[in-house]
Design a protein around this ligand. Structure first.
Ligand code: PBG
Ligand code: ZN
Length: 325
């Protein structure tokens, strides 16, 4: 059927019809809000490149967690900034480490809010890499053991879900085994299955103080040029026991998100990363774009590409805008 029989505008002519034929919906239940917990007290320091996002000590994190919960956002994703860093990232798997204490505080004060933890070494190592170093590169197999210990200590402290972001081979299996052996076979793993070596993480590294002190992450994170490799990464994580798979960053990789949606019947998450947030915030601050409109359109783009879960620094704003309706 072609024009004049077909007229696409017939179903666009009024709001009721537009609503009836709308294909994609965005809900507050889709959102996860990332937070940065800093060692100490009385800390609330805004990340200069991420307006509205803070490094904060536990009492402030708890206060914000209450706000997040009241907005109807189901979960937070926690990152830790420890008191001290060392070569083997000791604070990451210490039962009284920064994240472990933060998890306990949130679960005590806001039990209904799901706590997901980022499982990685880079926030805890003095060299800033995502594992332990041998001969100038991250030692994959030696790192697995530490990641498993880290995940277990998060779950012992009360984490509801763990999210490994390190990109070591075999880490999902190592974590699954460790959790199962210790009686935590009901705790899901959301794996950063497809994580690219991206310039869009720049602002995050200021927030988490996790910039690599030498080299870069290209020996473990993916090459932005690769699409087929994403399918292999996802397949291996699913095989190893991932419950949710993630694509990261979001906007430059919507094709990958759609590929995974078409290929796998797994829950799919996307990480709308720091640099994506900073760009929108900067343009909005200049009055160059309508922030609400652009952010909601971006979120809808993730849903349309196939995401079930959106991890985003915009979560609180989005929740507010959705409420306003
Ligand atoms: C740690 C980690 C990073 C992000 C999430 N977990 C940074 C990195 O890999 O360098 C990035 C998140 C963001 O940019 O918002 N491995
Ligand atoms: Zn890392």
């Amino acid at each position: 059927m072609f024009f004049p029989q077909f007229r696409a505008r017939r179903i666009r002519g009024n709001e009721v019809f537009r609503r009836m034929v709308s294909e994609t919906t965005l809900s507050v239940s889709d959102l996860v809000y990332p937070m940065f917990s800093a060692f100490g007290t009385g800390i609330k320091k805004e990340i200069s490149s991420m307006p509205g996002i803070y490094q904060q000590s536990i009492e402030h994190i708890v206060a914000e967690a209450k706000e997040v919960y009241a907005l109807g956002i189901p979960a937070v994703l926690l990152f830790g900034i420890p008191e001290a860093k060392d070569a083997i990232g000791s604070d990451a798997y210490c039962d009284t480490g920064i994240i472990q204490e933060t998890i306990r505080a949130i679960k005590r004060e806001v039990p209904g809010l799901a706590v997901i933890t980022d499982v990685c070494m880079c926030e805890y190592t003095d060299h800033g890499h995502c594992g332990i170093i041998k001969d100038g590169d991250v030692d994959n197999d030696a790192t697995l053991e530490l990641l498993a210990r880290e995940a277990l200590s998060h779950v012992r402290a009360g984490a509801d879900m763990v999210a490994p972001s390190d990109m070591m081979d075999g880490r999902v299996a190592a974590i699954r085994e460790e959790l199962d052996e210790n009686g935590f076979d009901t705790i899901p793993i959301m794996s950063y299955a497809v994580k690219y070596a991206s310039g869009y993480y720049g602002p995050f590294r200021e927030a988490a103080e996790s910039t690599p002190q030498f080299g870069d992450r290209r020996s473990y994170q993916m090459d932005p040029a690769n699409r087929l490799e994403a399918l292999r990464e996802a397949a291996s994580d699913i095989e190893e026991g991932a419950d949710i798979i993630m694509v990261k960053p979001g906007l430059p990789y919507l094709d990958i998100l759609r590929d995974l949606r078409n290929e796998y019947n797994m829950p799919l998450a996307v990480y709308n990363v720091s640099g994506e947030y900073s760009m929108i915030k900067a343009a909005a601050a200049h009055g160059w774009i309508d922030e609400e409109r652009v952010v909601l359109e971006t979120m809808l783009g993730f849903k349309r590409a196939g995401a079930d879960i959106i991890i985003t620094y915009h979560a609180k704003d989005v929740a507010g805008w959705l409420k306003k309706g």
